[in-house]
Design a protein around this ligand. Structure first.
Ligand SMILES: [Zn+2]
Length: 306
């Protein structure tokens, strides 16, 4: 049987998550000699409007009733509401550079996380193209080369967004939930950019469900470890900040088990020529308020809590 392999996909959603969470994560990953794949929100941080939507309604209230301001900081909670939103990658270019210098893969999460997550289905195609176009242009300006990968905010895609990604000649994308790398078929159209789905539920989906707490969540994650590829999406705002000790413990336990860590670029290289086609559609899954893109034709387990 294949040994378990894990690709860590890091979503960077906010200004504070970029400024504080990323350096924390870089230090943690360096300690374990792990290379990961980071997806940066490049444009305005409108997360004051977004925090409540990035994560499941009730989640923050339930878990962090009194801690939300200290977890995210007032700056984040107000950003894009009464404070003008900072352009994240323009304000913090050194963070993207540092991430790349440390050997990690740097990709694009989005231009405006809130806008994409809330309105993608209603975007005219040029708006979809412009969101990714603006993100790509700033990425190139900061890192001096073009982006080869993107990962959609909130796992929200449309046939238009897949078409734009094809046009960008990306090597692979990680926009959905599912089981194995594949070429997406959506609305009857087949796309040529490889999709590498997230296979594990995220921390915010699990916490508070079925009695799972920060103390027991890693036990649960270890039960999800499957032979072959596992893709785990983490958020700098959680695993890089308040949940950093829990995440560090997870890495220690995975490393003890001899689990090997790979980047999504390495996964893509191996899967590109052999990956099958599979349907991709927006669907409801446990633990998320809004539908997410889910790979079809395979049994898809969500929270895996029995
Ligand atoms: Zn995100």
């Amino acid at each position: 049987m294949d040994k378990p392999v894990i690709a860590l996909k890091v979503d960077v959603d906010t200004f504070v998550g970029t400024r504080d969470g990323v350096p924390n994560l870089l230090a943690i990953l360096e300690r374990f000699g792990i290379r990961a794949t980071f997806y940066f929100s490049m444009g305005p941080d409108n997360s004051g409007k977004a925090i409540r939507r990035i994560f499941r309604p009730g989640f923050l209230k339930k878990m962090f009733r009194t801690k939300a301001p200290s977890m995210f900081g007032l700056r984040t909670l107000l950003s894009g509401t009464i404070l003008p939103p900072p352009i994240i990658a323009a304000k913090l270019p050194h963070i993207l550079k540092e991430t790349e210098r440390a050997g990690h893969v740097v990709g694009i999460h989005c231009w405006d996380h809130v806008k994409w997550h809330d309105y993608l289905p209603w975007f005219p195609k040029p708006v979809t193209a412009m969101e990714l176009g603006k993100a790509s242009a700033l990425y190139q300006e900061v890192l001096g080369h073009r982006a080869l990968t993107t990962a959609a905010p909130g796992w929200t895609v449309s046939a238009d967004s897949l078409e734009v990604q094809d046009a960008m000649h990306l090597s692979y994308c990680s926009d959905c939930r599912g089981t194995h790398p594949f070429y997406p078929v959506m609305d009857g159209r087949t796309f040529r950019t490889l999709q590498i789905p997230t296979t594990w539920p995220t921390m915010d989906e699990l916490l508070g469900e079925n009695g799972i707490t920060p103390e027991t969540i890693n036990d649960h994650y270890l039960t999800l470890l499957k032979p072959g590829l596992n893709v785990h999406t983490i958020h700098t705002e959680f695993e890089g900040m308040a949940m950093a000790p829990v995440f560090t413990d997870l890495l220690a336990r995975l490393t003890d088990r001899g689990v090997r860590f790979v980047t999504l670029a390495e996964v893509a290289e191996e899967a590109a020529s052999s990956a099958p086609g599979a349907p991709l559609a927006m669907a409801e899954i446990a633990g998320r308020a809004m539908p997410v893109a889910v790979q079809g034709n395979q049994p898809y387990e969500t929270n895996n809590v029995n």
